[in-house]
Write a protein that binds this ligand. Structure first.
Ligand SMILES: NC(=O)c1ccc[n+]([C@@H]2O[C@H](COP(=O)([O-])OP(=O)(O)OC[C@H]3O[C@@H](n4cnc5c(N)ncnc54)[C@H](OP(=O)(O)O)[C@@H]3O)[C@@H](O)[C@H]2O)c1
Length: 270
């Protein structure tokens, strides 16, 4: 990878840039960003900045990354279109289908659609990636390397599965934050102050996640190992099971996936 162009120099572009520069120190980065203060900040890091799309920003780029909010993506595509000469487009915009972007880019087909998540902002994201089967493997490899700047990449075989990625890992941090909120309230409910509750809950989450990652055993086996018959964990899990929490997650993820499909269809009509 020699040169990358970002359309939009916000949070995600900055996070990707930080990871990319670590992995490819000689990478040339050009960013189109209309907001002058954001442009100045980026320019101070050695990036070449542009207030509006122009050929020089894109020329020679291995990929052009669409990193604007979905609501301004159509406008950004309209500004980009006259300057495109067949470059690889990688979209990180949530909820906008590759076909919609293709239409906004005058029928351009060299498009990869990705779905990162918010921990990408600290280099600990996970990205779902969809590339049409017709796309050259070299382009898929470039898009994958780009997105690996903020964490691992999972390739999905159909674009509909991007809605499933959105439901699991895109929205997933919110489910985890809600779990943390619930555990903090529960810890305070049994007598801890806010500081100790935070320390206990976050360290438990971090440790259990690391154990699940490091272990060859399934989470179910790890759970059973902490749960002795008639013990404290069994008392807690009985309450959680009686409330149907696992089934709620299945329904929640399905609801998120279906909403993603609806929003994608709405954006397609825009
Ligand atoms: N943040 C995440 O963790 C996350 C996770 C998954 C997906 N995404 C997706 O990533 C995309 C970017 O998110 P973000 O958090 O980085 O947003 P952001 O911080 O708002 O960055 C977008 C940037 O693009 C600029 N912009 C607006 N119109 C433009 C145009 N026509 N041409 C070029 N630049 C333009 C914006 O400038 P102004 O401020 O002047 O509008 C802003 O600086 C979104 O589509 C989002 O859905 C983000």
């Amino acid at each position: 990878m020699k040169k990358i162009c970002f359309v939009g120099g916000g949070n995600m572009a900055s996070a990707m840039l930080a990871g990319l520069r670590k992995a490819h120190p000689a990478l040339v980065c050009h960013i189109i960003e209309p907001f002058a203060p954001a442009r100045d900040k980026l320019a101070a890091t050695g990036v070449t900045v542009y207030a509006t799309a122009e050929r020089a920003a894109i020329d020679g780029a291995d990929a052009v990354v669409l990193a604007v909010k979905p609501q301004v993506l159509k406008d950004a595509c309209a500004q980009l279109l006259p300057h495109l000469a067949g470059e690889l487009i990688v979209s990180i915009a949530a909820g906008t289908r590759a076909g919609t972007i293709s239409r906004w880019l005058g029928g351009h087909t060299r498009i990869v659609r990705t779905m990162p998540n918010t921990p990408a902002l600290i280099g600990q994201g996970i990205t779902g990636l969809y590339a049409p089967a017709s796309l050259a493997e070299r382009d898929v490899a470039t898009a994958t390397a780009l997105m690996q700047s903020t964490g691992p990449v999972v390739r999905v075989e159909s674009e509909a599965m991007i809605d499933a990625v959105t439901a699991v890992s895109g929205s997933g941090p919110a489910y985890v934050f809600q779990f943390i909120e619930s555990m903090l309230a529960a810890a305070q409910g049994v007598g801890f102050d806010a500081d100790n509750a935070r320390t206990l809950v976050l360290a438990t989450l971090k440790g259990a996640t690391a154990l699940a990652e490091a272990s060859d055993e399934s989470p179910a086996v790890l759970r059973e190992r902490v749960t002795s018959k008639g013990g404290t964990t069994a008392a807690a899990l009985a309450v959680i099971d009686a409330r149907g929490v696992q089934a709620a997650y299945v329904d929640a993820v399905r609801a998120a996936r279906d909403r993603g499909a609806e929003l994608g269809a709405l954006a397609d009509g825009a």
